[in-house]
Design a protein. Structure first.
Length: 180
């Protein structure tokens, strides 16, 4: 009879172990599911960290480009102020400076004239060429008047050259600013 009692106790213990094993299996499968979810979360976190690093690098590059653009704008404003100051002084420069800008010289080659009509025509053509080029008026002016006219002409030329230079610089700065 002790054998039967021991067999019964052993069966009860085996049933208890079986029940405990089933419960343990449920807990282990929940743990495995949690571990897989944790591994997926770590992978997603790693990918998000990589995207954040790329975004930070892009942000740094944009910041450097912004600094470069800001420096260009500051320099452009300085150049603009300098050019405006030069233009403001340009009309005054020829008045204060007695020196006159060198003027181009018109050279007219004349062939030997056959008759007086050809000679007169050649003189008229030379006078017309001088008036067109603005080198000398049709009738010669006295020396002081010619000096005044030369200074005025040089002032206009300097002012025109300064305006052209300013326009060229503005176009270049606009291209530089908007190219970046």
């Amino acid at each position: 009879m002790t054998g039967i009692i021991l067999d019964g106790v052993l069966m009860l213990l085996l049933l208890a172990a079986l029940g405990y094993g089933v419960r343990l299996e449920k807990k282990l499968s929940a743990l495995r599911t949690g571990q897989q979810a944790f591994a997926t979360a770590v992978t997603e976190l790693n990918a998000a960290a990589g995207r954040a690093e790329a975004a930070l690098a892009s942000l740094r590059a944009s910041g450097q480009e912004t600094d470069l653009l800001h420096d260009r704008i500051v320099k452009a404003r300085e150049v603009k102020a300098q050019l405006e100051a030069l233009i403001a002084r340009a009309p005054d420069a020829p008045r204060s400076a007695p020196q006159e800008a060198p003027r181009p010289v018109l050279v007219v080659a004349r062939a030997p004239l056959v008759n007086a009509v050809d000679d007169e025509r050649a003189l008229r053509m030379a006078a017309l060429a001088e008036r067109i080029q603005g080198l000398a008026p049709a009738t010669r002016a006295p020396a002081p008047v010619a000096a005044i006219l030369g200074a005025l002409t040089a002032g206009r030329a300097a002012n025109q050259a300064a305006k052209q230079s300013l326009n060229q610089t503005r176009r270049t700065l606009d291209e530089d600013l908007f190219a970046a």
